[in-house]
Design a protein around this ligand. Structure first.
Ligand SMILES: [Mg+2]
Length: 271
């Protein structure tokens, strides 16, 4: 029997979602069986997406709906990260620009959330909001500029890929608010910041960063976040390729698709 030296390969695999394991509402070819296979071989799988529109619970149901088996998956996103960060900062009342998932994660942390301006708010949390309006920006600006509230943003992604075109991402709304306030966000939770990576490795119980690897499609967010967190990175070619960054950001490994991950591992894939 082959004996596996547990230290010789990565036990903690962090994966981005869109463009890595699914595209929109379609699993990437071979992704489901590959992940099942990794789990059978006792790898700890963590999924980290910048997308703040769903809560962790919402993402877990999306995994089920698309045919994945997420019972033991660690799932995190910028909505959870923002709520966790706000709680850490002892902020208890915020103005939110965002969707249901962000509200849900903030409320889980017992944070008071409103989408209408009122006195006594301590900060603004802004994420992806497909109902973004001038009034919401004006209210958020009041909290940040006039009331001195903390300015927390979920993720810098300027665009979001639908099946047939790109649409404005959370970063577009954040840029508008930032421009209006003439101030950068106090905290940008999502990748390329290492915050979500560090939080995931802590919560998954990874004590040694050499045991972790991050799989993503975007150089500007995923791969850079892995580099910032000091772990090895793998770029897949099934999503968005920031080719303009090709000479600036280098992943440790490049593979065609997540289903080729065994080619860079010291364990073999079951047939
Ligand atoms: Mg992606």
């Amino acid at each position: 029997m082959e004996s596996l030296n547990i230290q010789s390969y990565k036990r903690f695999i962090l994966l981005d979602c869109d463009g890595v394991i699914w595209r929109g509402n379609h699993p990437i070819d071979g992704a489901i069986s590959t992940l099942n296979n990794l789990e059978q071989k006792k790898f700890h799988l963590g999924f980290i997406t910048n997308n703040s529109s769903l809560s962790r619970r919402g993402f877990r149901s999306k995994f089920f709906k698309l045919g994945f088996n997420p019972v033991n998956y660690y799932i995190s996103n910028s909505a959870y990260g923002a709520a966790y960060y706000i709680k850490q900062k002892k902020v208890s009342k915020v103005f939110m620009i965002g969707e249901q998932g962000l509200r849900e994660e903030l409320e889980i942390q017992s944070i008071y959330v409103t989408e209408k301006y009122e006195k006594g708010l301590e900060g603004v949390v802004i994420g992806w909001d497909r109902g973004l309006t001038w009034q919401k920006l004006a209210d958020a600006m009041q909290v940040i500029v006039m009331d001195g509230g903390i300015f927390v943003a979920t993720n810098p992604d300027n665009s979001f890929p639908l099946e047939d075109r790109l649409v404005p991402g959370a970063g577009a709304g954040i840029a508008a608010l930032s421009n209006a306030c003439n101030k950068e966000p106090d905290m940008m939770i999502g990748k390329p910041n290492r915050f979500l990576i560090d939080l995931a490795l802590n919560e998954m119980g990874c004590m040694n960063r050499t045991e972790a690897i991050l799989v993503g499609d975007r150089l500007s967010t995923d791969i850079l976040a892995g580099i910032n967190a000091g772990i090895e990175t793998v770029q897949v070619r099934t999503g968005i390729l920031d080719t303009y960054l090709k000479n600036k950001v280098s992943p440790t490994h490049e593979i065609e698709s997540v289903s080729d991950i065994f080619s860079i591992m010291k364990v073999k894939k079951d047939k």
